[in-house]
Design a protein. Structure first.
Length: 218
C-alpha cells in the first residue's frame, strides 16, 4: 500500500472538519466575496449544504446582534461590520484622517454606475466639468474599469467593477436605487455643455483639444 500524499492528507483533514466553523475560518481570511461554489470545492461539501450553512450563520449573527454580519454581495459571501457600529470602525481605521471619496468623485461614480458603459467625455458632459482626474482616482481605487471602445469614436468606455458592488453592499446593478430618471441625458445636453468644456476626451483618437488638460479636485 502506497503512502498517502500530503495533498491527500490535507483533503482528508478538510473533509473531517465541522462545516460551519470551517466556513467561518475561511471567510475570515478572504479578500473578496467567496462564492458558494468555491467554498464547496475547498471544503469538499455539496453546494446546497454550504449555501444552507452560510444562511444559517448569517441569521445566527443577526439574532445574536453581533458587531459583524455575513452578507451575500457581488455573487459571494463575506464578513462585514454592521452599519450601526460604523462610527467605532471609522474612528479606529481613519484615526482622524479622511479617506472618503470627494463629492466630485461620488458624482462621477454615480454617472458611470447609471450610464455604463460610458466614455469620459459623456461623463464630463453630464457633470459639466472635466472629469479626467476624478476618473483616474476611481480607476486607481478599483471602483471603475475599462469596458471596450465606443464604435463611433473609438473612445474607451468605462463601467463599475465587482469591487464597487462589494463596497456598496449590492448583489448586482439591478439593486441600484431608482435614480437614473433624475440624471440628465448626456445626448440632450452634450452640445451645450461641451461649448464650455473643451473636447478633452483623451480616449478618442486624434480628439481635438486632446492637449488640453484641466485639473480639478478629485
Amino acid at each position: 500500500m502506497s503512502a498517502q500524499s500530503p495533498a491527500g492528507d490535507l483533503a482528508g483533514a478538510v473533509a473531517e472538519l465541522a462545516l460551519r466553523p470551517a466556513l467561518e475560518a475561511v471567510l475570515m481570511v478572504v479578500d473578496e466575496p467567496a462564492t458558494e461554489e468555491h467554498l464547496a470545492k475547498i471544503l469538499q461539501r455539496p453546494r446546497r449544504q454550504v449555501a444552507d450553512a452560510l444562511r444559517e450563520l448569517a441569521d445566527e449573527y443577526t439574532v445574536q446582534k453581533r458587531g459583524f454580519e455575513l452578507r451575500l454581495v457581488a455573487g459571494g459571501w463575506r464578513f462585514y461590520t454592521r452599519p450601526e457600529y460604523a462610527a467605532a470602525v471609522e474612528g479606529f481605521v481613519l484615526d482622524g484622517q479622511q479617506a472618503r471619496l470627494t463629492q466630485a468623485a461620488l458624482e462621477t461614480l454615480a454617472v458611470v454606475a447609471y450610464r455604463q458603459p460610458v466614455s469620459r467625455s459623456r461623463v464630463s458632459a453630464v457633470r459639466g466639468v472635466n472629469c479626467d482626474g476624478v476618473m483616474r482616482t476611481l480607476l486607481q481605487r478599483g471602483l471603475v474599469e475599462e469596458a471596450g471602445a465606443e464604435p463611433e469614436t473609438g473612445a474607451i468606455l468605462y463601467r463599475t467593477t465587482n469591487y464597487f458592488l462589494e463596497r456598496m453592499g449590492l448583489r448586482g446593478l439591478d439593486e441600484l436605487p431608482e435614480l437614473a430618471p433624475f440624471l440628465p441625458e448626456a445626448d440632450a445636453i452634450e452640445a451645450d455643455t461641451l461649448e464650455g468644456v473643451p473636447s478633452f476626451d483623451p480616449d478618442a483618437p486624434d480628439a481635438p483639444g486632446a492637449e488640453y488638460t484641466e485639473h480639478t479636485a478629485d
